[in-house]
Write a protein that binds this ligand. Structure first.
Ligand SMILES: CCCCCCCC/C=C\CCCCCCCC(=O)SCCNC(=O)CCNC(=O)[C@H](O)C(C)(C)COP(=O)(O)OP(=O)(O)OC[C@H]1O[C@@H](n2cnc3c(N)ncnc32)[C@H](O)[C@@H]1OP(=O)(O)O
Length: 223
């Protein structure tokens, strides 16, 4: 059993059967109000793209300046995100002093950003470009500065342009205490979503960067 499968909570032994890709499965009932983001009954099951990164492969950054994953973003979360099995990803985020809300504790908006980034990274597995339409977060436990949050996200269904997904973050390790969770609806967009709406100077720089263009092309290949 690969380490990655273990990390994703695939059935490797006692206690892991209620998880799919490390995210608690249907055995955990959604809290009131969260049902709205469950995929509709006629949604298609998510399909991993044949060219998706292999399980365990680091995804890298989709954009160097991204607040979540960009290595060139000094104010960012510097998240390390990894391809999982199926349409799943895992991520790690270490809470730094600049992420505080209350003394010594992570700000909820920063934690929501970490969940958003993890969920957004499912795009690599589907090979579609998608942006967050709706994100509902539950903050279950305070997350102290210095903590490494272990996040997992999985796609739960696809209905036309609508991509339904769910994520959770655990303290200190993949099987640590649950701290945050979220359900999301991402909407598939074309590349021109960014060129039409982004500030001209960043768009110009991105289009002039061959590495960035390569990433954009990788997402565009999806039929
Ligand atoms: C030049 C180089 C570029 C390089 C790029 C490299 C590749 C990049 C790869 C990947 C980048 C990903 C980045 C990840 C970062 C982390 C994720 C984020 O934080 S993303 C930022 C936050 N989100 C937004 O800024 C969205 C802002 N909103 C919008 O732009 C629009 O509202 C949008 C696109 C989401 C939808 O607008 P519509 O006009 O296209 O489509 P409509 O018809 O309104 O919606 C389609 C369907 O979705 C439902 N829908 C839309 N929003 C909904 C909502 N909030 N709740 C429920 N349903 C919603 C609608 O009801 C409709 O459903 P029915 O088809 O009729 O059944």
């Amino acid at each position: 059993m690969p380490r990655c499968a273990r990390r994703h909570g695939l059935p490797v032994g006692k206690g892991s059967r209620d998880k799919v890709c490390g995210v608690s499965a249907a055995t955990t009932p959604p809290s009131p109000g969260r049902q709205g983001l469950a995929p509709p009954p006629d949604a298609a099951a998510p399909v991993r793209h044949p060219d998706a990164p292999a399980p365990g492969e680091p995804l890298g950054s989709h954009y160097d300046g991204c607040f979540g994953c960009g290595t060139g973003q000094p104010h960012g979360l510097h998240m390390a995100i990894t391809a999982g099995e199926g349409v799943c990803v895992t991520a790690e985020f270490t809470v730094r002093p600049e992420h505080q809300g209350a003394p010594g504790l992570a700000h909820g908006g920063v934690l929501a950003a970490a969940l958003d980034e993890t969920l957004g990274s499912l795009s690599w597995m589907l090979r579609v470009i998608a942006v967050t339409g709706r994100l509902e977060s539950d903050f279950v436990r305070p997350v102290p500065v210095g903590t490494t949050l272990h996040l997992t996200a999985r796609c739960t269904g696809v209905a036309g342009r609508k991509i339904h997904s769910t994520a959770e973050g655990r303290i200190g390790g993949p099987d640590g205490p649950l701290a945050v969770r979220a359900d999301a609806l991402f909407i598939k967009v074309e590349l021109d979503h960014f060129t039409r709406n982004g500030r001209a100077e960043e768009i110009k720089a991105a289009l002039a960067d061959p590495d960035q263009v390569k990433v954009a092309r990788a997402f565009e290949v999806n039929p």
